[in-house]
Design a protein around this ligand. Structure first.
Ligand code: DGY
Length: 325
């Protein structure tokens, strides 16, 4: 290979240490995206055409047509732990290596799951809107039954998907003296001591809070829909920090409208950044724009890990966090 060309689809330079960025610049010619706008598929294909490696984010769909337009592409470093934006089978067929950024975002994402859980259970955003709209007035003063929410302490947390992030969410529940149960396709090595493995039915029927933390795959598409919401108690609160497609958003909006479940905290959405307007119209939903890992340290660590993976690959070594190698 002549001097390798690396395409970086989104603005990551300001997040990483200047020394590391310089190291990458020394090893490869970088094609960057100074405006940080998400490129259209045709622009992405044109930019990727001469490149040997790609640093991508969840906003880039890396499918068979992109791979066909990028004949030299041999390595993809996704700046995310999830890689459902990449057609892994197509990469495998072409012998393209793929890496992701696990571990470094686990704690930040678990914190965010709890932020959503607490906000949804205690109606924080609803109460915040009430004040901002000027509704807290002498005519509508403090009252004993104002914004009554749900207890969190001593209740049952159900975690759907016990990977590293699920385990970090479970650990935090200790501070609230909660009983924690989880469901996975099989018992997980990540489950902290004292956390019970239960059937999917038990998880749904006997959890006061359900947090979804599964990877998004063909099997997990619409894992929760009408039938599942009917199995949950009416006071249940649902939190999704995984991927939007894991939940049928239309069914969720219906379940929330009809108070089949009490509330939801959602960081991810089917078809984001477009969101089902029925969800936006509801008071009993807390919405955040896919910011689960958005702390400065986590995002810096993710960007730097992706760069280290590219540097490892350029040096002919096994990248440190590979998905396929
Ligand atoms: C991930 O890492 O998969 C997040 O969803 C994006 O930060």
């Amino acid at each position: 290979m002549n001097r390798p060309q690396v395409l970086i689809t989104r603005r990551i330079a300001p997040l990483v240490s200047p020394a590391l960025w310089q190291q990458l610049e020394q090893q490869a010619t970088l094609i960057t995206n100074p405006t940080d706008a998400v490129w259209s598929p045709s622009t992405l294909q044109a930019r990727a055409a001469p490149c040997h490696a790609l640093i991508s984010c969840i906003t880039e769909k890396i499918d068979a047509s992109l791979l066909a337009a990028a004949p030299y592409l041999a390595f993809i470093a996704n700046v995310a732990v999830g890689y459902n934006n990449i057609d892994i089978a197509a990469c495998q067929a072409r012998g393209i290596q793929v890496s992701n950024t696990p571990n470094v975002l686990t704690e930040a994402t678990a914190d965010h799951a709890w932020a959503l859980l607490l906000a949804a259970a205690r109606r924080l955003t609803e109460a915040d809107r009430f004040i901002r709209r000027g509704q807290w007035q002498p005519s509508q003063p403090w009252a004993l039954d104002m914004f009554l929410g749900a207890d969190i302490h001593h209740r049952t947390l159900g975690i759907y998907g016990m990977g590293r992030i699920g385990a970090a969410i479970a650990q935090r529940a200790q501070g609230f003296a909660m009983r924690v149960q989880y469901h996975n396709r099989q018992p997980s090595k990540h489950a902290p001591v004292g956390v019970e493995y239960v059937s999917r039915e038990k998880l749904l029927a006997h959890s006061d809070f359900v947090v979804v933390a599964v990877p998004y795959t063909r099997e997990s598409h619409h894992l929760l829909g009408h039938a599942e919401f009917l199995q949950m108690p009416r006071h249940a609160v649902l939190v999704n920090i995984a991927r939007g497609g894991v939940i049928d958003d239309a069914a969720l909006a219906h379940a929330l409208q009809t108070q089949q479940i009490a509330a939801a905290g959602l960081d991810v959405f089917e078809g984001e950044p477009t969101i089902n307007p029925d969800l936006v119209a509801l008071e009993n939903v807390v919405l955040t724009p896919h910011i689960g890992s958005a702390t400065r340290t986590a995002r810096q660590a993710m960007a730097e890990l992706a760069i280290h993976n590219v540097l490892d690959w350029l040096a002919g070594q096994t990248p440190r966090t590979v998905v396929i190698h």
